[in-house]
Write a new protein. Structure first.
Length: 710
């Protein structure tokens, strides 16, 4: 079993439950498998198919997907085929002959064809090792995807009483599960229910506040990631797809208003990595097997937790960290309610309202998102905090925003209360665009004083100040910001203003940044993969999944022997793609002078800039009160080194911090000289040069200043 797993799939271990399930199937027992998307259901029948004598028949409702599934198996050297309506009569006959000769181990087929009397008769002449029924919830009228043709599968056990059946699904309530088992007559079969916890998915809910802008910010650093943006209406889909295109993103729309040809083409181009982004209504996604969807964004509020969970589930099937972002607004809630109230059927109406209420509860709540989701699906989750959702990672806090508010108010005042939000932010951030220069606003005192926050953070502050009544947007043609009476004491008497701690748009990718692999090599391997895929007319992921490319980019294999150890590299792929990928890696290592065997962190030169946290903010406050480092450390009960690292970050972020207070100018000068000689990367050589009169802390502070000034 392990040998076959390694040989054909290139995996060295099983996912949870896979091994037990495979063992049970090998004993020729019926089984029912409930596993979330990405749980690894396919392997549960593909591996037994290889180990058992005869052909395994996979029943799948998704004709469109069969070709890719079969291509994936063929790429692993597994003799597989499909029979469906996309084939001509003679092609079907040819495949039947191959089946008769025993040359096919796995056959994909749609249920309606399987149950044709003539076809049933044909397969009775074959040696069938196993029936695998994918998406088996389609058999149940109580599920959300009922397909009448699935019902007829209940004859399988009558005709083939001794052939084992494995039924698989990712969506089943207890009732649906019972229905599947009784319809298929899986008597006495074991039931395997995997946890629905998708550990690699990061659940994030953001207030819907200029969502398009937020999406742009989010996309900035992930131009090559695949993602889905779900919207409620066709019109929004079209608009966003068009805007993203105009912005230089490769994005395509998908909704029921497009012709089937356009829909298929757009979906295909997404799967083949010709475009990164699909903007879609919920019509999109059924049967999307793409393993490397890195984010799913809900631009509008979904209607139920089930729908939301299913849609977000399309992210990160390959187990790599992926983001699920939902933009929440009460306006959307009212919109959906409005539609629900137009329903005639009272039961339907009540059910829809209940589902919406549950979803709102999920969005509003301040408990761990994962915990709430799993509880909703009837699973006990023992952790209080999952550590991978916004509630766990970014508790909402307020902070003393007086300084930020003062900067905004003063900037509005000094520019004469004649400008809108973005202009004010541009001035704060020190832009010298034409308009600002013309108006001579590059010489007002607040010009450039607001570099510590991003544009969207300033927007959030300004909106909050509007809500709180400090300022007002007025004028209809061109809304300009005006000061209100309430702002006077803030400007003149230093009255405190508390604001919501800014959400860092980039925080979502915090973890991802820390993944240790060579990003440049990864991109190169990706483009190699894309070239080969286009030549072979298959989706890129069939050649290698991202996770395999990432492993290559972390370990730099130098021989076929090493290459074989990469997860996802089985014998067939080693033979077929080993050489060409290896060459790319070896060339790359030579060019960049990389000694293999070492895991390289991305861009080790500079400390990674992280969003300013509340704790850094507190250090800043104390700094401003003229505390020494020792005093700050003492008052906060933190180590001196921690405070120094806060100061380093503040300096790098452009806070006005004078290190003269901590390191005298003469020492600074000496340290700068030593840094110039030894480089900025490592502190030890600098310290050695300077001797015991200089501390690491002093060196760090000077280094931060030097880096900032570069
Ligand atoms: P499902 O059908 O349950 O959504 P898949 O069968 O498509 O899941 O598998 C999800 C992903 O996990 C695929 O990318 C697959 O290659 C990978 N995978 C499955 N089993 C293993 C394993 N034992 N080791 C490593 N990767 C696996
Ligand atoms: Zn959580």
């Amino acid at each position: 079993m392990y040998q076959t797993l390694q040989k054909y799939f290139g995996y060295t271990s099983f996912y949870p439950l896979q091994e037990d399930i495979v063992r049970e199937v090998l004993k020729q027992k019926d089984v029912f498998v409930l596993m979330p998307t990405g749980g690894g259901k396919s392997l549960c029948y593909q591996l037994p198919a290889l180990l058992l004598e005869g052909v395994t028949i996979v029943i799948s409702p998704l004709i469109a997907l069969m070709k890719d599934q079969v291509d994936g198996l063929l790429a692993n050297g597994i003799p597989a085929a499909f029979i469906n309506s996309s084939l001509s009569y003679s092609e079907i006959e040819a495949r039947k002959r191959n089946l008769t000769k025993g040359e096919v181990k796995i056959l994909y087929i749609a249920p309606e064809r399987l149950v044709l009397p003539e076809f049933l008769q044909f397969i009775q002449s074959l040696r069938i090792s196993l029936f695998a029924i994918d998406e088996s919830h389609c058999i149940s009228e109580w599920g959300h995807d009922f397909r009448p043709e699935y019902r007829q599968l209940n004859i399988l056990k009558e005709i083939f009483p001794i052939v084992p059946v494995i039924a698989l699904t990712a969506t089943a309530t207890q009732a649906v599960q019972q229905d599947i088992i009784s319809q298929l007559k899986l008597s006495g079969g074991k039931v395997f229910r995997a946890s629905f916890n998708r550990k690699n998915l990061y659940y994030h809910i953001k207030p819907k506040d200029n969502p398009y802008h937020q999406i742009l910010t989010y996309l900035e650093n992930r131009k090559s990631d695949s993602g889905i943006i779900y919207c409620q209406s066709r019109k929004t889909v079209e608009n966003i797809a068009r805007s993203l295109q105009a912005q230089g993103y490769r994005a395509l729309p998908y909704h029921a208003g497009l012709t089937p040809e356009v829909r298929t083409e757009n979906q295909e181009r997404f799967i083949r990595d010709d475009v990164e982004i699909i903007v879609a209504t919920i019509a999109f996604g059924m049967g999307i097997d793409k393993p490397d969807v890195r984010y799913v964004i809900h631009y509008d509020l979904p209607k139920s937790i089930e729908g939301y969970y299913q849609e977000t589930g399309r992210a990160g099937r390959d187990g790599i960290k992926s983001d699920c972002i939902l933009f929440f607004s009460y306006a959307d809630k009212f919109k959906i309610e409005h539609f629900i109230h137009q329903k005639e059927d009272e039961d339907e109406k009540q059910a829809a309202l209940r589902q919406l209420r549950e979803l709102i509860h999920y969005c509003e709540g301040n408990v761990c998102r994962r915990r709430l989701l799993l509880t909703y699906f009837g699973e006990t989750y023992h952790e209080i905090h999952c550590g991978n959702c916004d509630v766990c990672l970014e508790p909402k806090e307020r902070f003393d925003g007086t300084i930020a508010a003062q900067k905004i108010l003063s900037c509005i005042y000094r520019t004469g209360e004649r400008f809108g939000i973005n202009y004010i932010i541009d001035v704060l951030q020190g832009s010298r665009n034409q308009k600002i220069v013309q108006n001579r606003h590059d010489s007002v005192k607040t010009h450039g004083s607001g570099k510590e926050y991003s544009k969207s953070q300033w927007q959030t502050f300004i909106r909050e100040l509007i809500q709180l009544g400090y300022i007002k947007l007025s004028g209809d043609k061109y809304p300009v910001l005006k000061l209100q009476e309430k702002s006077r004491p803030v400007l003149l008497q230093n009255e405190k203003v508390y604001l919501t701690k800014p959400e860092e748009p980039l925080q979502i990718q915090k973890d991802r940044k820390e993944e240790c692999y060579d990003h440049t090599l990864f991109e190169q391997l990706r483009s190699l993969r894309k070239t080969i895929a286009d030549k072979e007319l298959i989706p890129p992921y069939i050649i290698f999944h991202d996770i395999s490319l990432k492993e290559m980019s972390a370990h730099y294999p130098q021989s076929l022997h090493d290459f074989r150890k990469i997860s996802g590299v089985g014998e067939q792929k080693l033979q077929r793609y080993g050489e060409v990928f290896l060459k790319e890696i070896i060339d790359y290592c030579r060019r960049c002078n990389i000694k293999p065997g070492r895991i390289v962190h991305n861009n080790p030169e500079l400390p990674v800039q992280q969003p300013k946290t509340l704790t850094t903010q507190t250090t800043l406050e104390l700094y401003k009160q003229h505390c020494t480092i020792q005093e700050i450390a003492q008052r906060r009960g933190l180590a001196i080194s921690t405070i120094v690292s806060h100061l380093e970050r503040l300096i790098l972020e452009g806070e006005d911090i004078s290190i003269d207070r901590f390191v005298n100018p003469e020492k600074q000068h000496r340290i700068e000289q030593a840094l110039a000689e030894s480089g900025l990367k490592f502190l030890n050589p600098v310290k050695e040069k300077l001797g015991d009169d200089y501390s690491y802390e002093e060196i760090k502070l000077v280094r931060a200043k030097v880096i900032y000034e570069i």
